[in-house]
Design a protein around this ligand. Structure first.
Ligand code: C2E
Ligand code: CA
Ligand code: CA
Ligand code: CA
Length: 275
């Protein structure tokens, strides 16, 4: 098609080429980052809305590209999934985060995000147990955050793995709740311990009556099922107060703290009166 292309058409083609080249470059760089230990786990506080106490941290992976600067996990996690590297990445995060959480007081929980693809090869349970064993972190202090996409994985596997992890005492949190498509009846069969209300509902809460209705419904659902409901994306005190008054138990957001490196999270705990 090269001979035919001219004008805007040629521009379009070279744009596509440029995008493909760009992606390939990013893939090469990501592979190198993984090899050279340029990935770092940060920790964002999870706070009890009633008391303001820190209850745990969510581990969030960071990649600072030597030239481009910080790359969003919304970019490099899908990249890692496509490249077949998500198991390696997932193992790195679990090991690093469990080792870090071992430095925290015993009542502080650790939440780690798990990709649906990590449910595919059957190694997830052993990876998790290995990370807990290596750090001697009690299984009850770990919670895995999964999304509805896990439930869409075919076969009985995901539910068997989830049950198995629960049997070890590991918590399972349903992340980004309210953004997916699965029916309520479907995911209710899974032994979740927590629901995380997606930040899209929280961020546009003010003046958004629909968001308020969803928030109220999910909090009610959590209550009747005996599950913790966590609201993410809390940036303002008014939003925190609203959620607390609605009966939401736990919150996460820039108001309480940004995702921060391990040593800063430790200092945050000290500053908040947890030794
Ligand atoms: P997520 O699991 O839903 O994580 C919450 C995201 O909300 C994080 O974005 C966090 O920085 C952001 N956030 C927290 N509080 C606020 C707030 O008050 N306002 C706003 N606007 N945003 C807030 P982040 O760190 O960029 O991560 C994006 C996504 O990448 C995560 O969404 C998760 O799906 C994925 N991810 C990050 N780390 C990992 C990981 O280690 N493994 C896997 N599989 N996925 C990860
Ligand atoms: Ca999450
Ligand atoms: Ca989320
Ligand atoms: Ca998300």
């Amino acid at each position: 098609a090269k001979g035919e292309s001219r004008g805007t058409c040629r521009c379009f083609e070279s744009d596509l080429d440029a995008a493909a080249q760009e992606k390939t470059r990013l893939e090469i760089d990501f592979r190198e980052a993984l090899r050279k230990n340029q990935l770092e786990v940060h920790y964002q506080p999870l706070v009890a809305l009633a008391t303001g106490e820190v209850q745990g941290f969510e581990a969030l992976l960071r990649w600072r590209h030597p030239v481009r600067g910080p790359v969003s996990p919304d970019v490099f996690i899908p990249l890692a999934e496509e490249m077949g590297l998500i198991d390696t990445v997932g193992r790195f995060v679990l090991n690093a985060a469990c080792a870090e959480a071992r430095k925290w007081p015993d009542h502080i929980q650790l939440s780690v995000n798990v990709s649906p693809l990590q449910f595919r090869n059957g190694n997830l349970t052993s990876t998790v147990i290995a990370a807990l064993t290596a750090s001697s972190l009690a299984p009850g202090r770990l919670e895995l955050e999964i999304t509805e996409a896990v439930l869409m994985e075919k076969g009985p596997r995901p539910s068997a793995i989830i049950r198995n992890l629960r049997a070890f005492g590991i918590g399972i949190s349903l992340d980004d709740f309210g953004t997916g498509y699965s029916s309520l009846g479907y995911w209710l069969n899974f032994p979740f311990t927590k629901i995380k209300l997606d930040k899209s509902f929280i961020l546009n809460l003010e003046g958004e009556t629909n968001s308020r209705a969803v928030i109220r419904a999910v909090i009610g659902l959590g209550k009747s099922l005996g599950l913790t409901v966590t609201a993410e994306g809390i940036e303002r005190e008014t939003v925190r107060d609203y959620l607390r008054d609605e009966g939401c138990m736990q919150g996460q957001g820039y108001l309480f703290g940004r995702p921060q490196p391990g040593p800063e999270a430790l200092r945050y705990l000290k500053d908040m009166g947890h030794s």
